[in-house]
Structure formats: C-alpha cells, structure tokens
Design a protein around this ligand. Structure first.
Ligand code: COA
Length: 314
C-alpha cells in the first residue's frame, strides 16, 4: 500500500480540485460501441451507466437529468481507507449538497450539482481545516505503576509472540513475559526505569532497565522493550529509548547495556560493548551485546556484564 489510510490525515489534506466542464450520467444505448469521452462507467443488470462531459452527451444525442461539477479529492487515499467517503458525504449533506461518489484507484471523485460546486469546495476546505486543528492524541511516557502491569505483560506477550532472536513463533508464553514478572519483584528493580508509553489511555509500549554490574561498577541493563504490534514502526520504541537515555543521564548513570539488533540500537549511540571492555554474559552474543556510554562513563572498565538476577534463570 502506498496511499494514506489514516482518516484525520486524509481529511487534513483532501485538497479538492474542480475539473473543467460539466458532467452528466446517461444510460448508454445497448449495443452501441463505447465513445472516447467516457470518464466512468458502471455495469448493472439493467444496463450500462456512464459519466461523460455534457457537451459529449449532447453531441451523441443522449438524455440526462443531473448536470454535475466534478470535484477530485487529490489526496492519495487507499481503497481500504475507512471513513473518508462517509465524512465527506456527511459534511456535504449537512450543507444540503447532494453528491455522488466515484472511487478511483488513486483518488475519490465527487459529482455535485453544478450550481453547488463552489459551495461544496468551501465545505470541503472547512472540513479539511477542522481536521488539521483537531488535537491529536499525545504519547505520554511515564513511570509504570502496579495498575499497568497486566497491560504491560499482555503487550509484551504480543510483541514477543515471534521471537526477535530466532524469528520463529514462541512456544507458549514468550520467556520475556515471565522475565518481566520477576524483574518487577527483584532487588535490582529501579522504578524510574520501568517506563510505559500511553496513547489515548492505552499502554502501547514498555521498556525496563534494571541494575547491572561489570567488575563492581554499576550500570543499567536494558530490556525487554516492547511495542504493541499494530503500532510498531511509529516511533514509540525510539521515544522509550530516548526517555531511558535522558533519565539515565539525569540520574548520573554511567552507561546502558543491552542485547539487541545491531541495526536498531546504534542509532541511539550504542556500540559493541566489547569495544569498551565490557564482555557479554554469553560469548555467542558477540556484537549484539551493546553498550551506550553516558556522560560519566569512566573508561578503563574491563569485565563481564552481569544482568539483574532474574536474567540468570532464563
Ligand atoms: C523493537 C521495537 C521495540 C521497536 O519499537 P518501534 O516503535 O517499532 O520502533 P521505532 O518506530 O521507534 O523505530 C522504527 C525503526 O526501527 C527499525 N527497527 C525496529 N525494530 C527493529 C529490529 N528488531 N531490527 C532492526 N530494525 C528495527 C525499523 O526498521 C525502523 O527503521 P526506520 O526508521 O529506518 O524505518 C518494536 O518493534 C518491538 O516491540 N518489537 C518486538 C519486540 C522486540 O524485538 N524487542 C526488542 C528486543 S529486546
């Protein structure tokens, strides 16, 4: 899909354009070869309806009643986009303008009475402006509370239903769910580093960092991090990462370690932990074990990273 499907975005950018000329609906004479000027056609059991320029219908001697202006909504909407036609139809109905809708592959087209064309464009422009000014739901990042935990565990189960490590469906409950249950109750739990992303009252993402150590030096171990699948790739994971990094700097933490994709985490400044002298708990993790040195990273650290105790039970 390449077109827009989000209704407020679609409405905000409908961009109505009036085509030149007047258009009419006619019943095409049975058996007559189609003419070149036809702009749209609908085949029904009773016959073929076509839309064509009025002058063309006159030239062909075809009868019509409804003389329309043709308005194209230039926004590129997907055919699957839900609600655009209904919203446009309602706005025009409220303004007492009748309207026939034709959906093309790229755009929607409205045929309105010629006399109402200018007013229809005004109504559509107002609808578009209203949508632009509607408050968008805001993503809130805050500390997790006990009341959030059921929702966090549910979204983690969904996010890890396909294991990011193997790419295969998890058998039963993903291990990250039990890991989280235990992290919530372990000694290394740090309340300000268990952060939820909330959209319109729904918990849609979560990240946790717990106390980790390397050679007696304290740092954070980040993970798991998960975003509700239907909202992945909308920046929520990045927002949770940046929030964690900002809080960690503010709290005087020295660094953040994690196991994860070498394509995702370097964008936040993570580097292979071994390059900073920090070895993964399991050697096979290689460069996937990454570290972000923060403002007070001491340097000269050398040793194997230890996650919070529940990670040892995995
Ligand atoms: C990983 C995850 C937390 C990222 O959150 P998100 O909200 O989807 O990510 P964002 O929208 O902030 O970032 C999207 C970008 O990250 C990339 N990305 C996301 N997950 C990735 C992954 N596992 N590997 C590589 N790149 C990834 C996307 O390709 C996209 O890149 P682009 O901006 O260049 O197109 C989320 O996808 C998720 O919950 N995944 C399933 C669970 C998981 O894998 N957790 C991490 C392992 S602990």
């Amino acid at each position: 899909m390449t077109g827009e499907v989000n209704l407020p975005t679609l409405l905000a950018s409908i961009h109505p354009v009036v085509r030149e000329g007047e258009y009419v609906y006619v019943l095409w004479p049975h058996g007559r070869p189609l003419a070149a000027g036809i702009e749209a056609a609908v085949r029904e059991a009773e016959g073929l309806t076509v839309v064509l320029p009025r002058e063309e219908a006159d030239r062909l001697g075809l009868a019509y009643d409804f003389v329309a202006a043709w308005i194209t909504l230039e926004v590129h909407s997907e055919l699957e986009a839900v609600g655009l036609t209904a919203a446009v139809g309602k706005a025009l109905t409220d303004a007492r303008i009748s309207c026939n809708v034709l959906a093309g592959f790229h755009h929607d087209h409205l045929l309105v009475p010629v006399a109402d064309a200018a007013r229809a464009v005004e109504v559509l422009a107002e609808l578009s402006a209203e949508s632009r000014h509607q408050p968008r739901p805001e993503l809130v990042l805050r500390n997790e509370t006990k009341a959030d935990r059921a929702a966090i565990l549910a979204l983690t189960a969904e996010a890890f239903a396909i294991s990011p490590a193997t790419g295969l469906p998890a058998e039963g409950e993903p291990v990250e769910v039990e890991l989280l249950r235990q992290l919530f109750d372990c000694e290394e739990y740090l309340p300000e580093f268990s952060i939820v992303a909330v959209l319109d009252g729904e918990v849609v993402g979560h990240v946790i960092s717990t106390r980790g150590r390397v050679a007696g030096h304290e740092l954070l171990g980040l993970g798991p991090i998960g975003v509700t699948p239907r909202l992945q790739r909308h920046g929520i994971g990045s927002a949770l990462m940046y929030e964690t990094i900002s809080r960690a700097n503010a709290a005087g933490e020295s660094g953040i370690a994690l196991l994860g994709s070498t394509e995702y985490y370097p964008r936040f400044g993570f580097v292979p932990a071994t390059s900073l002298g920090v070895l993964p708990p399991e050697e096979v993790w290689g460069d996937n074990f990454q570290l972000l040195p923060l403002a007070v990273w001491p340097g000269g650290v050398h040793g194997t990273f230890r996650y919070a105790e529940p990670f040892d039970r995995l």
